[in-house]
Design a protein around this ligand. Structure first.
Ligand code: ZN
Length: 317
């Protein structure tokens, strides 16, 4: 009976504990004025000194994590204000904390393709009293958007914010600090995690073209969206996985295997990828590549449209 009462008391206490649980964030210094953090939930976050303030890269996957990161930013930088927060793409595990960053005075920056969903999130009204923007009258959040490249320079540091083409999403940004050889990669490359080729707006073929450009960049330390902070091996690992999976799936398609047998073929020794377990993520990736390749192969060839008749340009004189 005592056990049942104790269990009931624990069950009643759990929601309260969950509600007040503080986010855990493990911070490391990468170079002078540059830090990164791995929260216990959501994506990694980075920040660096810029001018009289700070630039953050990604915002945490929830308000509690964002608040803890802002606390860590203040602690590591001696209380400097966050001027900008670069959102590497629109996924919630990178952007949900942006409302806390805006409440702290930061200006969000994202790719133009990611802007509509981020803007609708940051401008939505909230009646939640714990929401960082609730009750903040007079705040009308705005976004700075990038098409291909934005360079931040302050005389000491140069930060290159770049879009390399469709990859994990259509609007991925990376942030390169070339002098310090640090890359904030977003979800273009992870350490110890498979790329999500199965997400609706992932483009595996284009993704494979972006990674050699990252590999050629002068990088010694990488802050990936997920996984261990520091090693740059995730770039080559991600590229090798995408290329090898594509080769395997092409071979499976050429042998005329229907969808229901794709998994069986993937389990054959010749189609196994070293260090890649037969996980659900791997299977979903393989099926996504299978469907996209099948669609591409069965699409009717596009016949070129007849050349448009030239209309004479109007004189402006
Ligand atoms: Zn993502």
């Amino acid at each position: 009976m005592r056990t049942r009462v104790a269990a009931l008391a624990l069950a009643l206490a759990l929601p309260a504990l969950a509600a007040t649980a503080q986010a855990k964030v493990s911070v490391q210094k990468l170079a002078e004025g540059i830090w990164a953090a791995q929260p216990d939930k959501g994506a990694n976050v980075g920040w660096f000194l810029y001018g009289d303030g700070v630039v953050a890269v990604d915002s945490g996957g929830d308000a509690a994590t964002a608040k803890e990161i802002l606390r860590q930013i203040a602690e590591t930088t001696g209380g400097k204000p966050v001027r900008y927060v670069v959102l590497t793409h629109a996924h919630a595990d990178h952007t949900t904390g942006v409302r806390a960053f805006i409440a702290a005075g930061a200006q969000p920056i994202c790719h133009e393709h990611a802007a509509p969903s981020i803007l609708s999130y940051i401008t939505q009204a909230s009646n939640d009293p714990t929401d960082p923007l609730s009750g903040k009258r007079g705040i009308s959040p705005t976004l700075i958007t990038i098409s291909e490249r934005l360079i931040l320079v302050d005389g000491l540091r140069r930060a290159e914010i770049q879009w390399l083409g469709p990859a994990h999403t259509t609007g991925d940004l990376v942030v390169l600090l070339p002098a310090e050889k640090v890359l904030f990669a977003g979800d273009l490359a992870s350490n110890g995690r498979l790329p999500d080729l199965h997400l609706p707006d992932a483009d595996a073929a284009s993704w494979a073209k972006t990674l050699p450009r990252l590999a050629a960049a002068p990088i010694e330390k990488m802050v990936p969206g997920h996984g261990t902070i520091g090693p740059t091996t995730g770039i080559a690992d991600t590229l090798a996985y995408i290329k090898r999976l594509n080769e395997i799936v092409q071979k499976i398609i050429r042998s005329g295997v229907p969808e229901e047998y794709v998994e069986v073929r993937l389990r054959e020794a010749e189609n196994r990828i070293p260090n890649v377990p037969m996980s659900e993520a791997h299977m979903k990736n393989a099926l996504a590549v299978y469907h996209r390749e099948k669609d591409r192969l069965t699409k009717p060839a596009v016949t070129p449209a007849p050349a448009a008749r030239k209309t004479p340009r109007k004189s402006v004189s």
